[in-house]
Design a protein around this ligand. Structure first.
Ligand code: LLP
Length: 382
């Protein structure tokens, strides 16, 4: 796979900041997902929350993947982009009555329910609409995914999922309802998981549960998403190791005959194809530091400020052979609005274009208008 090519002439003509998407890399990534997941009964859903730009969604929908959603807005965006409703799953701890009703009207593939009160709400709404609701239960598998504490979700104290000790009661609620079609179990251990061991532990946990509930009809197992990417070296690892990832589930999950396995990958599919492109407004000399102030900050890409994440920073237009250390910061009135400290970059001047790489996931979707700033636009490779 060639490294991302930045069309500088087109970029110079754009209003910054904007997101640049390398659609060839996106297509190659989707191909890799499809090839590596071609085991019997495996289905991949794209987690829309990672990036819901309509162009990106359309490409992923056209490839045949399903969608994983967490709000009625995401369900609508997925349907508009061409994802068939039966391939859409709907998760989230706080689905409102309106969202549940709309999802039932769309006839989506499955609700991933996260609590007993939610099961009761789904049942009541399904009954009132005369539509049986397909429901999987999200189980909290109590696995440490070794990732940032804001994006680890499978620990006992997290708000997500149903504790294993409370699962039997939740299953019973589904089983005895004539308005719920119990589909199976759902899990998600966290995001940006780079060591694959937690996924193997997840398989073992699922096997144990299947052994415990031998009489229960479980047609679907949803293992969630979470596969991480290489933020340090996007050109060295533009496509995550999907082969190893899917192989873990193929080799470790003990499936019953006919059982289907669902995946919900977000970041791994879209992160590397996107970069935030900013323009240098000023190069400012401090007492013993130099600052590059760019025109896009935490309102365009909040991950560094929110999760202390680091995105590789590149000066796309400097031709200087000389290098210097800079702090690269945004224009927002918050000290956390910093993309990098002591970054070694070629000599940088006002007007240069600076890319924050690996920003295709949880970048554009998390942008805000704080400080009355305009939302970043988007530009696609040809
Ligand atoms: N399934 C469920 C139930 C989830 O909660 C998530 C992500 C995914 C799938 C997709 O996970 P992925 O494959 O993208 O890791 N804004 C944070 C990430 C939040 C992830 C939330 N849940 C960030 O920028 O790192």
């Amino acid at each position: 796979m060639e490294k991302t090519y930045f069309p500088l002439d087109r970029m110079r003509a754009e209003t910054t900041p904007f997101y640049y998407y390398d659609v060839k890399l996106l297509d190659a990534t989707i191909d890799a997902v499809k090839q590596s997941s071609s085991f019997p009964g495996f289905h991949v859903h794209y987690a829309v929350k990672a990036n819901s730009n309509p162009e990106i969604l359309k490409r992923i929908a056209a490839s045949g993947l399903g969608a994983d959603t967490v709000s009625i807005g995401e369900i609508k965006a997925a349907i508009d982009a061409g994802f068939p409703a039966p391939k859409i799953v709907f998760a989230g701890v706080g689905k409102t009555d309106q969202e549940i009703a709309a999802a039932l009207e769309y006839e989506i593939g499955c609700f991933n329910a996260e609590s007993e009160p939610e099961i009761s709400a789904i049942e009541a709404i399904a009954k009132s609409l005369g539509k049986k609701a397909p429901v999987a239960l999200r189980v909290n598998p109590e696995i440490d995914a070794h990732t940032h504490h804001y994006i680890t979700t499978g620990l006992a104290e997290n708000k997500f999922g149903i504790a294993m000790s409370m699962l039997s009661k939740a299953i019973e609620l589904c089983e005895k309802s004539e308005w719920i079609d119990f589909k199976g179990l759902h899990f998600h251990i966290g995001s940006q998981v780079t060591d694959l061991t937690p996924f193997k532990i997840l398989c073992e946990r699922i096997n144990d549960l299947q052994d415990k509930y031998t009489d229960l009809q479980i047609s679907s197992i949803n293992v969630g998403g979470g596969l991480g990417i290489d933020y340090d070296d996007p050109d060295g690892h533009p496509i995550p190791d999907f082969k190893e990832y899917f192989k873990i589930f193929h080799e470790n999950l003990k499936l019953r005959p006919g059982q289907q396995v669902h995946f919900e990958l977000g970041r791994a599919i879209v992160a590397q194809c996107g970069s935030l492109i900013t323009r240098v407004t000023y190069v400012k000399e401090g007492v013993d530091k130099k600052f590059i102030i760019v025109d896009g900050g935490m309102t365009a890409l909040i991950r560094p400020a929110l999760y202390q994440a680091h995105h590789k920073i590149e000066n796309l237009t400097s031709t200087s052979q000389e290098e210097e250390r800079y702090d690269v910061v945004g224009p927002i009135c918050e000290s956390s609005d910093t993309f990098g400290t002591d970054e070694l970059l070629p000599l940088t001047k006002r007007g240069d274009l600076i890319a924050m790489r690996s920003a295709g996931a949880y970048g554009e979707v998390m942008a805000s208008c704080y400080n009355c700033r305009a939302l970043p636009g988007s530009l696609f490779s040809r």
